[in-house]
Design a protein around this ligand. Structure first.
Ligand SMILES: [Zn+2]
Length: 749
């Protein structure tokens, strides 16, 4: 089976969970067992007839090796399509398991890579509807099918005969004759099957299957509750006076939102990050800031029908039981076992090394803000709903930098051209628009990616930039199809998704510096997918460990602030003039500003995630656990976790980033260290370093161990110093400086 045929990668600033992960990693991590009968039940006698007329089951047609038939999808088609495609894959897998010939790489591992082609296609489209076209009708399908998909994937990993064949290939002396990529793939299958319980006794397998299905149901409920609180709750502003401090772009967006909700004459702040954070930054009305803040941080925690607390308690208990069943101390140990970090302890070590300097920086930041508030005679003590507001004032005072001064230079479409230009410089890619492929919404546009020199087709890039009802908040990348060449060359199709507010007709969309950084970040994921140059789909593109996958995206963020991009693409939307150097210098000087806040709000979430999943089988009350953990950590009272547990979709809407939210800082240590390689070689467009980055990082997928790949690129293991410098923290604890343990050395004095 493809281990991760569809991958959604979410971003640090996103409240979106990796929605597709739970359905995509067939056989990877969350797998129950069901006998053949249960899947036959999925497939009524009429199913084969229905299949003929179901566009989801058709092969993708047209140029570029075929593209998704987005223009012909009906929600009612998903259930029969998934059922038919699951049944088809099961029968393909059964053929492999029953093969009378002795197991070898070709007839077992490579054969598995060829299974489930139909399911891959159906799930790619299913994932798009889940994250970008969601509605009540689709949610009903999700509630039913996500559990069935979990059962289905267990049915494969718990197939005894199949596992014996995989094990035979893995243990065969002939393994050394395979190519390194084939050996890696064999290792991956073996490891994933074992991790998913392939070695368990039948009754344990049955229990595991139950647990996985229960979890899949809870994950779906968790994300649907979160989506409900984000769409059904909002803050209504009724008068001009309530808009005090808000820049025009926010007022326009709020008015537009009100019109959409048929409340013309009012203004609406929606309950999403992209709406609430700017409001907290600019609103002069402290009591309204507090109201917006409370609404946002209490998502999933309102004691009503959409409350997520009980669901979390249950998820944690089921995960703890599953980890024990699989032979691991805790869920965290199970999750970390196949990551680059390997153990929870090493992630804790990194997080704790950064935590103290970050908290110390927060104390300084709060002091600066309090001084400013006192000077203004505001007569307040800084509270969490004041942080962004006063931070912005300090930024203006100290660095003479107003984010609104930067915005007119950041036009979405110009920045997109800038990203294309960077991809041309670093990877020799060329992007040209394509209009003859179907899209699922009129906002979606498509580009073909070719090699600049040879003109060879590389893949397609879909771009879905604007917010709308039924679309998850945040920003993410996913692959509709992975690059591979098992049976002839198949090129990739990737997409970038975000939630910018559409401008007025004819007017350019202006975005903030943070949003521009996010744009480059997601594009980094897309380039990771597009650069893929592997044979087997399970190892392709972004199918790497979650603590490594953010490295390519985070490093790409750096190119937005290169003079080349700023001069050519950060041009004023009215005058066309490039952003003034003086403003660039001020941005540069302010780059480590507020890093105490950013680091602490993130690390608090990452630490709570890890500690919750290290706590074992005790019954956890999420609110109490959160409070206790944060107080033990010495969490500054002026900051709240970036994702409080009742809204922590990364962790509770799938297994995706559970005990894995640390991944962002782990990857950022690597990306900061890697960017230094460019700096050391003379600059961000150094061709030799770019070629190495592509060869050893962006193109290799999961064909080699990430630690080895990085070492080949950099000549050594990543060090923490570059990250500390980037965030403006003191670099002094060099003992904890490396992500991978150094070889024992003679003691220095
Ligand atoms: Zn990302």
């Amino acid at each position: 089976m493809k281990l991760k045929s569809i991958l959604t990668i979410c971003l640090l600033s996103s409240s979106l969970a990796p929605v597709q992960a739970q359905t995509a990693r067939a056989g990877n991590e969350t797998n129950p067992k069901h006998n053949m009968e249960s899947v036959k039940q999925f497939m009524p006698a009429e199913a084969s007839l229905a299949a003929i007329e179901n566009p989801l089951l058709e092969k993708w047609k047209g140029a570029f090796g075929g593209t998704p038939l987005f223009d012909r999808i009906k929600v009612a088609d998903f259930k029969p399509a998934l059922e038919t495609a699951m049944a088809e894959k099961l029968s393909e897998v059964e053929q492999i398991a029953k093969n009378a010939a002795a197991a070898n790489f070709e007839n077992t591992i490579a054969a598995m890579e060829r299974t489930g082609r139909t399911l891959d296609r159906v799930q790619a489209v299913y994932g798009v509807w889940s994250s970008a076209m969601n509605n009540a009708e689709f949610q009903a399908v999700e509630r039913e099918m996500n559990q069935k998909l979990a059962a289905f994937s267990d049915q494969i990993t718990q197939n005894e005969a199949l596992f014996r064949r995989i094990e035979a290939v893995y243990n065969s002396p002939d393994k050394t004759k395979l190519t390194p990529e084939q050996q890696r793939l064999t290792w991956l299958y073996y490891t994933n099957f074992v991790r998913a319980g392939a070695r368990l006794k039948p009754d344990a397998k049955a229990r595991l299957s139950q647990l996985n299905q229960q979890l899949a149901g809870l994950f779906t409920r968790f994300s649907q509750n979160q989506l409900a609180d984000e769409s059904e709750r909002f803050l209504v502003l009724k008068s001009e006076a309530e808009l005090a401090g808000l820049p025009q772009s926010l007022r326009d967006a709020a008015a537009q939102e009100a019109t959409a909700k048929k409340m013309s004459g009012a203004w609406i702040v929606t309950n999403t990050r992209s709406s609430v954070e700017p409001f907290l930054t600019y609103s002069d009305r402290r009591e309204l800031r507090e109201k917006a803040w409370r609404m946002f941080v209490n998502r999933g925690d309102n004691g009503d029908a959409h409350d997520n607390n009980k669901i979390i308690t249950e998820i944690l208990q089921l995960r703890a039981e599953r980890a024990k069943l699989l032979g691991y101390q805790t869920h965290a140990h199970w999750r970390l076992d196949d990551k680059m970090a390997k153990t929870p302890e090493r992630t804790m070590e990194l997080m704790e090394a950064v935590w103290k300097p970050a908290v110390a920086r927060v104390r300084e930041e709060v002091k600066d803000m309090q001084t400013l508030a006192d000077k203004e005679k505001a007569n307040i003590k800084i509270e969490p709903w004041d942080y962004r507001y006063y931070a912005e004032k300090v930024r203006k005072e100290r660095y003479d930098l107003d984010q609104n001064e930067v915005k007119p230079y950041l036009q979405l479409e110009k920045l997109r051209e800038g990203m294309f230009w960077v991809a041309g410089e670093l990877f020799n890619f060329n992007f040209s628009p394509v209009t003859n492929v179907p899209v699922y919404h009129p906002d979606v546009r498509v580009w073909e990616v070719k090699d600049k020199t040879t003109g060879k087709h590389i893949g397609l890039w879909y771009f879905d930039p604007f917010a709308r009802e039924g679309k998850s908040s945040g920003a993410w990348m996913n692959a509709y199809r992975n690059q591979e060449r098992v049976d002839g060359s198949i090129t990739t199709i990737v997409s970038n998704n975000s939630n910018f507010v559409k401008g007025k007709p004819g007017e350019p969309v202006l975005i903030s510096w943070d949003d521009a950084t996010t744009l480059f970040h997601e594009f980094g994921h897309a380039l990771h997918g597009l650069s893929s140059n592997v044979t087997y789909p399970s190892l392709s593109g972004t199918s790497v460990a979650t603590d490594y996958v953010e490295f390519p995206s985070q490093i790409l963020e750096r190119w937005i602030s290169t003079p080349e991009v700023l001069q050519k693409f950060a041009v004023h939307y009215q005058t066309g003039k490039p952003i003034p150097q003086n403003l660039v210098d001020r941005i540069e000087r302010a780059s480590a500003f507020n890093q105490g806040f950013a680091t602490v709000e993130y690390l608090a979430s990452a630490l709570v995630d890890m500690k919750m999943h290290l706590a074992g089988s005790q019954k956890i009350d999420p609110d109490a656990f959160e409070r206790k953990t944060l107080s033990e950590l010495g969490m500054p009272g002026e900051i709240v976790m970036r994702h409080r547990t009742p809204q922590f979709g990364h962790v509770f809407s799938s297994d995706g980033y559970s005990a894995g939210y640390y991944s962002y800082i782990w990857s950022d240590v690597i990306s900061a260290d890697a960017y230094d390689a460019f700096v050391e070689a003379g600059g961000p467009y150094n061709k030799a370093v770019a070629a190495r980055l592509r060869k050893y990082v962006f193109s290799v997928g999961n064909t080699i161990d990430p630690a080895d790949a990085y070492r080949t690129f950099r000549g050594r293991d990543p060090k923490i110093e570059a990250l500390m410098r980037k965030r403006g923290f003191p670099v002094n604890d060099s003992k904890k400086g490396k992500l991978t343990p150094a070889k024992p050395k003679a003691k220095s004095r």
